[in-house]
Write a new protein. Structure first.
Lengths: 291, 299, 288
């Protein structure tokens, strides 16, 4: 721990020095934007912490503690339930394209779910709203079935395109739910207003529902209507949680460390701003950093 | 292995790092790439990829119709709608101007000219503008088929919100009760009916609710009765003194209360969640850029 | 007392179709028999209104239609109101759309404005295309469009919605990029919309801007109002109704307030009965 603390402190000091050097280099030789110095320092600190944590995780044999996320534990339970009932699993990877990090995270979780469905020989249905997502999801699902040694169970029409339009897609997925009556509905990705349409329809057919999204406005709807909800960071941690790979879990540890640093910075800014507003000092940390 | 693993990871790493560095590097070429070209590359790829999706959709719907599987009629409607929109979008102008009037076909425009006896000529709309022109066939399809269908699906939310709220808003514990009370305040305070409910009504309701709470703990009728009598008397006294203003005291006026809930605790909570989501996105993106996360490739 | 408790228990276990039916009635009846309810302006709406009033007279403003038919009841009254307000103050309006459906919403809004007549049956706004407004139209690309507008408008728009070349239109002569506008307004229902306009439009250029959003999005957008990146905000249909009151042109948003109010009351009543049933059931289960 002390070693880690020393490394981070030295690293942060080094990054600040580097940024300072970049900003004093004459403009004719320099391509660095001084006004972004604060963000540059923060970005490098985040990268440093992440890479160091991954390095530590690779060299360490001790498992890192991850608190239980009920929603992720329930994924296997949901697959098991579907297998017992002989009904399919419906997986919705959001309605946006692969340029959204949430969609990529949703496709990654699909890979893990496909591993389970291949193992348990459960039917999987993945309606998508974007053609590129369809291709990516097919790739991930196919690999999962190949890895589990069940290539004959894979059918590329498991992942099928519906439409780009939000509510037309919602209508189609609702129709699939009403007709096929899946035992489990998983919603993992970026959603907008259609989230409640999915969740309520899933509720009406008695399916177990697990949702995961970083869409802040839709989290309340999922929390209200689904059995389990992965909120924000929990959703992004899903891949690490399900794969249990040390490098990915190290990423979550790094996230937590960054959060602590951020909280410290926020508290410092509040104090600085309070002193500034009360005319105790002329210095305002946020203004000085150009944020 | 090279083609399936290392090259894709290298592409992701290169373009991810380039786009990230564009924020800090003062170079026009990199800036243009990150701000314009990268997004446009993606849009072009996505636009072409739509063909794959459309073919997949048609294939599955055709199979359903040919095999007459359950619900095949809906598939027939889907195929018909697809081709209808495709044809009027790509092959039919759908807008011919005769003066200010617009007709769907040249025949209809010419018939109108003949019947009016004027010497005007039917002017066809330009390709491209034909999907946006007021009165065109494409706009007719949008206005009378697509819009009502979209609006109907969105309208379902009103009903689903009601049933979801009814089912989920139960005061099972302290936090759930807090959520319930805040939800009711926001729902009533946000609409005009909330401003018709005076603060004094809320104060009386609060007094009675506290009385019910006291009764469940103390179970002494005298204390409960004393509380209700005392609190209602106090409220009535203050009300008569102040002249029963509808929005005072402001702390009990629903619109003012809902605004405070929106702007203070709600905003604090959503900012915290937003910061968490932002950090999650940063960490996840960095995992993809550094090749730590390869699952999206199918690994 | 037991009889009352039994009724409440029955209400607490009511079929959701009954709820749907009652919500339907609560919305339909006020729409069919208009009920007037007083609309109280909130600070964010007043700030929005004042922000538009502060635009120097006869300026050039950009209004973006970033919504579709599904969110039309909430956002359309805002955009129509903004067009009215802008035209009343003599501004020239440049209309863009980040959603493909937005162009049709814009056409409808312009038709509504053009068809509006005063009590003497004279057109309220005698507006002419290419003099009072120009419909630039829809362009795909979401934030790329805004970035393009911020650097060079002609990179994004070479022709307008009618297919006329931008360089041939006199109204476009002094417009190079977003910096040439005095104000930006986005009626937004999601992505792309308010966030993209703030991130890539208003913030980098410093052009004053504001937005109208759906009620659900208000939570996400309100921090921008607090930081001043948005000058006020029209929050959902209530915000649209407040704005209609401020500009003194009652429209469908004010009409819709009664329906929304009664629907909310029905939901609250069901929640209350549901909780009463929950407590009664808990108490009875404890007894046994």
């Amino acid at each position: 721990m002390n070693n880690k603390f020393t490394v981070y402190t030295v690293g942060i000091v080094g990054i600040i020095l580097l940024t300072f050097l970049l900003s004093v280099v004459p403009d004719s030789l320099n391509f660095f934007r001084e006004e972004q110095s604060a963000m540059f320092v923060f970005t490098l600190i985040v990268i440093m912490i992440m890479l160091y944590e991954v390095k530590l995780a690779k060299s360490s044999s001790a498992p890192t503690f991850l608190r239980t996320i009920p929603g992720l534990k329930a994924v296997e339970e949901a697959v098991g339930r579907s297998t017992e009932m002989g009904k399919p699993i419906l997986y919705v990877p959001g309605i946006m394209d692969m340029n959204e990090v949430e969609t990529v995270a949703g496709v990654v979780v699909l890979g893990h779910v496909a591993n389970m469905t291949a193992q348990y020989e459960t039917e999987l249905d993945v309606p998508v709203a974007r053609a590129i997502v369809m291709q990516s999801a097919r790739q991930v699902t196919k690999e999962a079935y190949l890895t589990q040694g069940r290539p004959e169970m894979y059918n590329e029409d498991m992942v099928h395109y519906i439409t780009d339009d939000q509510f037309a897609y919602a209508a189609a997925v609702n129709g699939i739910m009403q007709r096929d009556e899946p035992a489990a509905c998983l919603y993992m990705g970026k959603f907008f207003a259609e989230s409640l349409l999915f969740a309520e329809t899933g509720n009406s057919i008695g399916a177990i529902q697990i949702a995961g999204t970083g869409s802040q406005t839709q989290i309340p709807f999922f929390v209200t209507a689904c059995d389990y909800t992965l909120m924000g960071e929990e959703f992004f941690a899903a891949s690490a949680y399900l794969s249990k790979e040390p490098e990915l879990i190290a990423g979550i540890t790094a996230q937590d460390i960054i959060k602590v640093i951020l909280i410290g910075f926020i508290l410092l800014s509040i104090v600085s701003r309070a002193f500034f507003d009360l005319d105790v000092t002329d210095f305002n940390l946020i203004t000085w950093l150009g944020l | 292995m090279l083609l399936k693993r290392y090259i894709p990871i290298a592409i992701v790493a290169f373009f991810g790092a380039l786009t990230l560095s564009a924020w800090f590097i003062d170079n026009e070429a990199i800036e243009t790439f990150a701000n314009d070209d990268a997004t446009q590359f993606f849009d072009i790829i996505a636009a072409f990829a739509v063909f794959l999706g459309a073919l997949n959709l048609l294939k599955l719907q055709f199979i359903k119709v040919l095999k007459q599987q359950s619900g095949w009629i809906y598939s027939a409607v889907a195929i018909t709608s697809f081709f209808f929109a495709f044809i009027i979008g790509f092959f039919i102008r759908g807008a011919y101007f005769v003066g200010e009037d617009v007709y769907f076909s040249q025949k209809a425009a010419e018939a109108a000219i003949l019947s009016s006896g004027s010497s005007q000529v039917a002017v066809p709309v330009d390709w491209g503008a034909h999907v946006q022109t007021d009165g065109s066939l494409f706009q007719w399809m949008f206005k009378y088929i697509f819009s009502p269908l979209s609006a109907t699906m969105f309208a379902l939310l009103a009903f689903f919100v009601a049933s979801a709220s009814f089912r989920a808003f139960r005061a099972r514990n302290f936090e759930a009760s807090l959520l319930l009370v805040a939800g009711i305040i926001i729902m009533l305070g946000r609409v005009p009916i909330g401003s018709l409910i005076s603060s004094w009504t809320i104060m009386y309701i609060l007094a009675f609710s506290i009385g019910i709470g006291i009764n469940s703990y103390v179970k002494n009728r005298n204390i409960v009765f004393g509380w209700i009598l005392g609190s209602c008397g106090l409220i009535t006294g203050f009300g008569m003194t102040m002249g029963w203003p509808i929005d005072q005291p402001a702390i009990f006026f629903l619109p003012a209360l809902q605004e405070w809930i929106y702007l203070v605790p709600n905003l604090a909570g959503s900012r915290a969640i937003l910061i968490g989501i932002g950090l999650g996105i940063v960490a996840t993106s960095l995992r993809y850029i550094f090749g730590l996360e390869k699952s999206y490739l199918g690994e | 007392m037991k009889f009352l408790e039994d009724i409440i228990l029955k209400l607490g276990a009511v079929d959701r179709r009954v709820i749907f039916f009652l919500i339907g009635l609560a919305v339909l009846i006020p729409l069919l028999t208009p009920i007037s309810l007083p609309v109280r302006e909130t600070p964010t709406t007043v700030k929005f209104y004042d922000g538009i009033e502060d635009i120097p007279k006869n300026s050039k403003v950009l209004v973006s239609f970033d919504y579709g038919p599904s969110t039309r009841p909430e956002i359309h009254p805002m955009n129509v109101g903004v067009l009215r307000h802008m035209l009343r103050n003599g501004h020239q309006i440049y209309i863009s759309c980040l959603w493909p459906d937005g162009i049709y919403m814009a056409l409808d809004a312009l038709e509504e404005i053009t068809d509006e007549v005063n009590p003497d049956n004279v057109s309220t706004f005698d507006i002419k295309e290419y003099e009072d407004y120009i419909l630039l139209g829809y362009r795909p690309g979401a934030e790329a469009v805004i970035k393009g507008l911020a650097s060079d408008l002609r990179k994004v728009y070479t022709v307008d919605a009618n297919g006329n070349f931008i360089d041939d239109i006199e109204m476009m002569d002094d417009i190079k990029n977003l910096n040439d506008f005095a104000y930006i307004f986005s009626g937004s229902a999601g992505y792309p919309g308010t966030f993209e306009w703030v991130k890539y439009g208003g913030d980098p250029t410093g052009v004053p801007m504001s937005s109208g959003t759906t009620s659900v999005q208000v939570n996400e957008v309100i921090p921008y109002v607090q930081t001043g990146q948005l000058i006020g905000l029209l929050a959902g249909m209530p915000g649209a109704a407040e704005y209609e009151k401020l500009i003194n042109v009652p429209g469908i948003a004010i009409q819709g307030m009664a329906a929304q109010s009664f629907a909310h009351i029905v939901i609250v009543l069901f929640i209350v009965f549901g909780n009463l049933a929950f407590f009664i059931k808990q108490r009875r289960d404890r007894k046994y």
